[in-house]
Design a protein around this ligand. Structure first.
Ligand SMILES: [Zn+2]
Length: 179
């Protein structure tokens, strides 16, 4: 897979890397082995780890374990990673996701983004050009929905035109959301 890689100086907050281990449940040892093979040996929540090693670990998980697990890691992000205060709805969570992304990464380098554009009361478009896998970002969005969905909303429709997907070399993935 060819993808622009952010500066090797960028680091990821340990609490958000912890999502990767948490989501792999029965495969904790495998998760730890994959992280260790990319230089992340002992994971501590308040420490910072090279983004390059985290992204390489994601590549291994996608290839060796599969997209379902990649999505499960995304689902585990909102309960592990740092989020800004004041989120009280699914829409405000989507709008805050880019800030949360930046709170969990530090160092100089282009890490891409999560850009959310509301198009209606319960519709909008999320565009991701960060270097994480597509399924991971879908997992994060689903978890935010489960946590902040309004009363009377039972399902999140997430439409992704996969002809334009980072997994196929595109720069962005776009998700039409309706809930
Ligand atoms: Zn995609």
């Amino acid at each position: 897979m060819t993808r622009d890689t952010p500066s090797s100086q960028v680091e990821v907050y340990g609490r958000s890397v912890q999502a990767l281990v948490d989501a792999m449940e029965f495969l904790t040892l495998k998760a730890q082995r994959i992280l260790a093979s990319h230089g992340i040996k002992s994971l501590e929540p308040e420490k910072w780890y090279p983004m390059r090693g985290v992204l390489d670990s994601f590549d291994d998980i996608l290839k060796q374990v599969g997209p379902h697990t990649t999505r499960a890691i995304g689902l585990a992000i909102p309960r592990n990673a740092v989020f800004p205060a004041g989120i009280d709805s699914f829409e405000s969570a989507l709008l805050a996701l880019d800030q949360a992304y930046r709170l969990n990464h530090r160092g100089s380098g282009d890490i891409g983004s999560y850009r959310y554009q509301p198009t209606g009361e319960r519709t909008g478009l999320m565009v991701c050009d960060n270097p994480y896998p597509c399924e991971f970002d879908q997992g994060i969005i689903l978890a935010l929905y489960e946590r902040f969905k309004p009363r009377g909303s039972f399902v999140l429709h997430l439409a992704h035109d996969t002809s334009e997907c980072r997994a196929r070399g595109a720069i962005t993935c776009g998700y039409q959301l309706k809930w």
